[in-house]
Write a protein that binds this ligand. Sequence first.
Ligand SMILES: NC(=O)c1ccc[n+]([C@@H]2O[C@H](COP(=O)([O-])OP(=O)(O)OC[C@H]3O[C@@H](n4cnc5c(N)ncnc54)[C@H](O)[C@@H]3O)[C@@H](O)[C@H]2O)c1
Length: 433
Amino acid sequence: MNVSIFGLGYVGAVTAGCLVRDGHTVVGVDTDERKLAFMRDGKAPIHEEGVDALIREAIESGRLTVTNDCEKAVNETAISLVCVGTPSAPDGSLGTLYVTKVCEEIGDAIRGKESFHTVVIRSTVVPGTTIELLKPILEKHAGDSPFGLAMNPEFLREGTSIKDFYDPPYTVVGTESADVFSQVCELYKQSGGDRIHCSVAAAESIKYACNLFHATKITFANEIGMVCKNAGVDCREVMDIVCRDTKLNISNKYLKPGFAFGGSCLPKDLRAFSYLGRTQNTSVPMFDAILKSNRDQIEHAAHRIMALGSRKVAMMGVSFKEGTDDLRESPLISLAEILIGKGFDLLIFDPNVEYAALFGSNKRFIEIHFPHLKRALCSAETALKHGDVVVFGHKSDVYTPLLSKIEEHQTVFDLAGIGGPEEIKGHYNGLYW
Ligand SMILES: NC(=O)c1ccc[n+]([C@@H]2O[C@H](COP(=O)([O-])OP(=O)(O)OC[C@H]3O[C@@H](n4cnc5c(N)ncnc54)[C@H](O)[C@@H]3O)[C@@H](O)[C@H]2O)c1
């Protein structure tokens, strides 16, 4: 394919070299004359093992040329990859100066072009940027000339970028067009991993979710490390063994958005570990923030339910998770407490929770925190008949059949990911969907 790459930095230069190695013809575009001169001489503009040889090979093959002439680059190619920088603005927001400028230039060039052109945003941009900011710029500058558009996040890491180019976790292409999806996949024929077609905003978001997850993992390990070190424990041994659990730890468990956590262990253990840190004069700000964030999820859910406009609410599931009667620190109990406190008329169905059968610390917890439970518990039928808003806190075979009984005037507020709008007659809502 004939490809133009805008921005010959860490991402653009490596991508240019690898695409040429894979048989494509590439025109690299940059505004930095020094970079262009370097590359024309067959030298890499970045320092990383293997990249010098990659660029030299590409230039010598005659299939990599570089220029500052955007119009020429667009005219000579069928597809443009935008790899310019998106540094932080002083207030922390995404710096869009370079991506907007480059889209203006590419749009102008498309206006005069006879054949169809595709623009692929590879720069990291926050959700909404491509469709709400860059697409209108391209449209304005391209005039009546049609173009394809995709968001294709980059996952390579500096230091191992050539290896990562050929062995990415996957290739994500966010586009509204099946043809553009195939065209972008064609580019990366030599690279491994699955090809994933999703919406443009999902593609933008996936890049952030991945990077934030990586940053969170590092901080998690360091905060564990700090407290362990002070307690005289070898944190490397601890984390090595933590990572050997691929069932619960290094797995897709606990990575589903929906609602807050609770129960008799997670909140208590977070508090104890943070407290231990404080006694060591060690700060563990990420662990400290987790309980606050978790509390915010509960308050957020309460506000969303209150905003639905009816005071008659049914709650399906109330224990801290399905399949147990343990109510201790259940986020659904906290939600129920807020709603009852605000004067909502709440009934609860949970087949695992029988008031008379509660005892020990479970009973004490409920007597102190939610004495209304006895009065609120009822059958599924009574709860369903009562609630204009039906909150699903649990997902299991007990609850799923209840979805078909939802009537048109009712609103499902799904905290458990139990279904979707297509499965019910009434309205469908959730905290994060
Ligand atoms: N560096 C990484 O490891 C990495 C990995 C994944 C994603 N990303 C993302 O990819 C994007 C690029 O990152 P980078 O590290 O390669 O940036 P970089 O700063 O190294 O390179 C950007 C290049 O764009 C050029 N440029 C600016 N305006 C231009 C214009 N109008 N026309 C042509 N060229 C122009 C600059 O001169 C520069 O050479 C960023 O959004 C970044 O977040 C980077």
